[in-house]
Ligand binder design. Structure first.
Ligand SMILES: NC(=O)c1ccc[n+]([C@@H]2O[C@H](COP(=O)([O-])OP(=O)(O)OC[C@H]3O[C@@H](n4cnc5c(N)ncnc54)[C@H](OP(=O)(O)O)[C@@H]3O)[C@@H](O)[C@H]2O)c1
Length: 690
């Protein structure tokens, strides 16, 4: 999403000495010159930021708490435009000042360049530092962290944290802007993959690949497992196998809210609830118990889905049964959930195992048991007819290119959720330009008139300055007004741009509300006769590590995607009559590869993929899920950040290029799930830790 294009990890890696001082963020400071900048005044010599760090380390610089607080406050002030006196050290930077974890890390990056920071150059502790820094949310907490890290990581000795002030300097490296979607953390590490980044978007599909036998190299003796009962003896058969291998087993019914003590003394958890006949368990219901498993550092976390043994992908051995878009395939989203967990705890055995529920309980139990003993296996394994499969991401370019006039025309009606903002708005505009089709935009925000006092404010910085000068609002209130004005402007701008080419209408609706959304679909159909193309682009991200993620937050991210798609599916089955409608679901490579901090987003996007795959052939409607790589939407990402991504093998999609890929897909594609990214799958391979 546009709120978060930069990967937190990437930013962190650049903080750790790789690209000193290379990041800044919007909004640019509006009153920077007025801010007292004691740390800058202390600067006199011309050396690079890196040299300065060396000097600071060599001289074992000392930091007082007051000095550090002033230094951090000055940087926050510069970056936000707020005068230091409006910044309270105990203010929540994220909630009150819209400084998300990426921006917090940028602040530390800047501090690292000015005064040097503990542990910054030590590759062995970088992961630990990333985890720690993502939790630090106030200026005081940042200061406390620096002091604590200085003691622990030894750049500064404990007794040196006293009352002197170190020399500091301005960073010398030019700044870049950041954009906002956290995309699947590529491999990280130091390998420079720049040369492998494709110049343009590439199209990939998923193909089943048969795997060899399990390696069975893990000892289960004396390990303890909790199993969720499947109600049809698979859990019992699996218990027998585990007990024969010397493990202890506790079989329990599915849990909504797990007891904190559930995993005390337990090594592994195996969730078989998707296999319970006649029950529907949605992927978001699995979250609380897997979260507890992550917190308790279990060695095995396993979710079993009943998608047919091939994750719904047709292969040599299977053709999936068709499930209309509005219905949920059993265990959909579980692979995405497990992939994201696997990214956060790479040294545990985290697996999604897909089985064919029609097979004998004993056969299924044996297959699942085999995967538990194979520590080096793939995170997602499908098993059918005793054969093991994984999904491979393979390139599959379309031979022909087209614009949107090949799939829609002036008489078409196109409805786009999330279409008034972000990447979907760019697509809506191009559709209008190419075809003249009637465009219906659906978004959460209600359209409002702008306060006259902002009429001369050109950008966020200027809106913020007006509010700061009024001195009647807190920074938290100011941020909320700035955001609201920005959203209104973006929606109005989209409507104006589209209206040059097509009739256009904006509806305010929360697509999580099935009745409200279905009513809009009804109204559009009643007024315009049909809806020929629906693009479900609505989405939100609320990135947090699993331990910090609440069920409410998970649900918001999940429901926006999944409930929206479900309503579209149900509406098509029940009320669309005979018209065939094409439905495009916007997913993300986060669902395909997993991503640290995006357990909800990865689950939801994977769920959409499964919905599209199973919907194939279920009705006359065509359903496609497009898993996008990160976009350079609206020119927000350039310069240093783009180069950082590319170093890790992930290029940002050029919007024109990405949009033309979608147009060609609609014209010539026939797959249910397509990945469009400017990277090669190798960029997302995990470190060979297991
Ligand atoms: N940008 C990327 O690089 C990227 C990469 C991969 C996938 N994607 C996918 O592409 C889609 C668009 O992403 P984006 O970056 O353009 O996002 P964005 O700029 O944040 O825009 C999201 C849009 O969705 C709308 N929306 C959110 N929740 C909604 C709800 N409950 N009901 C109705 N509308 C809702 C928002 O409306 P309001 O503004 O009114 O709240 C906004 O118009 C998402 O599905 C995302 O997962 C994007």
């Amino acid at each position: 999403m546009r709120e978060m294009v930069a990967a937190q990890r990437d930013v962190m890696l650049s903080y750790f000495g790789q690209v000193p001082g290379s990041f800044t963020f919007e909004p640019r400071p509006v009153v920077a010159q007025e801010i007292p900048r004691r740390i800058e005044e202390a600067v006199a010599i011309e050396t690079s930021a890196t040299e300065l760090k060396e000097v600071a380390k060599a001289e074992k610089k000392v930091f007082t708490k007051e000095f550090l607080q002033e230094a951090v406050t000055a940087i926050v002030a510069e970056r936000t435009g707020y005068p230091p006196e409006m910044l309270d050290p105990s203010q929540d930077l994220e909630a009150d000042l819209s400084i998300d974890s990426i921006k917090r890390i940028e602040i530390l990056s800047e501090l690292a360049d000015r005064i040097g920071l503990p542990g910054a150059d030590n590759e062995d502790i970088q992961d630990q530092l990333i985890e720690e820094l993502s939790q630090v949310k106030t200026i005081s907490a940042i200061v406390d962290w620096i002091i604590d890290a200085a003691k622990r990581f030894g750049d500064v000795e404990e007794e040196a944290i006293k009352s002197e002030t170190p020399e500091v300097r301005e960073p010398q490296v030019p700044a870049a802007s950041i954009s906002r979607e956290v995309q699947p953390g590529p491999t990280g590490g130091s390998k420079d993959l720049t040369s492998e980044v494709p110049a343009k978007a590439k199209r990939f599909i998923l193909k089943l690949e048969e795997l060899g036998e399990c390696q069975s190299n893990v000892e289960l003796k004396d390990k303890s497992f909790v199993l969720i009962d499947d109600g049809r003896s698979i859990a019992l058969e699996l218990s027998t196998l585990l007990e024969e291998a010397g493990a202890k087993v506790n079989v329990i019914p599915p849990l909504v809210t797990p007891d904190e003590s559930l995993f005390d003394g337990i090594n592994g958890y195996i969730d078989l609830r998707s296999l319970i006949p006649g029950e529907r368990h949605i992927a978001k219901d699995f979250f609380p118990v897997f979260k507890l498993g992550v917190e308790k550092k279990l060695e095995w976390l396993v979710g079993v889905s009943a998608l047919g043994g091939t994750f719904g992908h047709p292969g040599a051995t299977t053709v999936p049964s068709n499930i209309p878009l509005g219905q949920f395939p059993q265990g959909a989203g579980l692979p995405g959930l497990m992939r994201a967990i696997d990214r956060e705890i790479p040294n545990s055995c985290v697996k999604a195992i897909d089985i064919d529920p029609k097979e004998e309980a004993q056969v299924i139990a044996k297959s699942v048991f085999g995967e538990l003993t194979d520590s080096f296996g793939s995170c997602c394994v499908g098993i059918k007819n005793s054969k093991r499969f994984q999904l491979d991401v393979v390139e599959a370019e379309l031979n022909d290119a087209a614009d949107f006039s090949s799939s829609i025309s002036k008489s078409s009606v196109v409805l786009l959720t999330g279409g008034a903002r972000g990447i979907t708005s760019l697509i809506a505009e191009q559709m209008a330009r190419d075809s003249g089709a009637t465009v219906i935009l659906v978004g959460r925000s209600e359209l409002q008139d702008e306060d006259a006092k902002f009429q001369n404010a050109q950008d966020e910085g200027e809106i913020r300055k007006i509010l700061i000068d009024e001195a009647i609002c807190s920074p938290k209130e100011i941020e909320s007004i700035v955001k609201a004005v920005k959203i209104q402007r973006e929606i109005k701008s989209t409507v104006t741009r589209i209206s040059k080419y097509s009739p256009v209408q904006y509806y305010s609706c929360d697509v999580r509300d099935e009745d409200e959304f279905a009513q809009i679909l009804d109204e559009v159909q009643a007024t315009l006769g049909s809806i020929d193309l629906i693009v479900h682009g609505a989405g939100v991200v609320e990135d947090k590590l699993i331990g910090d993620k609440s069920q409410e937050s998970f649900n918001r991210v999940f429901d926006t995607k999944v409930n929206g798609a479900k309503t579209i599916g149900n509406w098509l089955s029940e009320r669309n009559g005979t018209t065939a409608t094409t439905v495009v679901l916007f997913g993300s490579i986060s669902g395909v590869f997993g991503n640290k901090g995006q357990v909800d987003y990865a689950t939801a996007n994977d769920f959409l993929d499964a919905m599209a795959i199973f919907a194939k052939g279920a009705s006359a409607n065509r359903v496609i899920s497009i898993d996008w790589g990160p976009w350079a939407g609206g020119g927000m990402v350039y310069g240093e950040l783009e180069r950082e991504y590319e170093k890790r093998g992930v290029g940002l999609l050029d919007p024109t290029d990405a949009i033309s890929n979608l147009a060609s897909e609609l014209a010539f594609g026939s797959e249910s799930q397509v990945i469009v990214m400017r990277s090669n799958p190798s960029a997302f391979l995990k470190k060979a830790s297991r």
